[in-house]
Design a protein. Sequence first.
Lengths: 110, 116
Amino acid sequence: QKEVEQNSGPLSVPEGAIASLNCTYSDRGSQSFFWYRQYSGKSPELIMFIYSNGDKEDGRFTAQLNKASQYVSLLIRDSQPSDSATYLCAVRGEGGKLIFGQGTELSVKP
Amino acid sequence: EAQVTQNPRYLITVTGKKLTVTCSQNMNHEYMSWYRQDPGLGLRQIYYSMNVEVTDKGDVPEGYKVSRKEKRNFPLILESPSPNQTSLYFCASSLLRDWGLSGELFFGEGSRLTVL
């Protein structure tokens, strides 16, 4: 089992809809979780981080963490075509390790 | 301008010919790391460094070497490249304080390496 798993997609949603991206992780001791966005041909950039169970909101983005079920999700409200990108879930490991999932490609259709 | 600079951006080489991909950051970051990105596999960590002269293996270190003699530079060395090292490579850096808090990494633009 991979340490961090995501559905590779592509996930297609209409403009204005809610996009829901999911991620599961295998290490029950993991404490820190991150969502990076990567536009095609570009470098990843951090959009959200979450440490505590529950929801964390930042503008149109909400990260949700459920440590008991070992999943973390990212909701994007009022999706825009500019949100079309690959979303990478990452979990901090021991020392300086940061473990990424394979990424979910999101396509927002006008 | 704050940035992480990788060179070369594109390289085609042949099996066994030693090469170095340089990475330099101008933000006085303690933490630096190398990743490779392959279709369907996401980003996989090769090596990381928490500070000068301190390096540790990531998840896929085989076939790679690194060194951290200066704070700003973190070169990735492929002593004897093989075709399975054909990939897109990213260097990233962070302040240790920020790494601990938000996990934010600043990525270079990537280096696309092809080994024939």
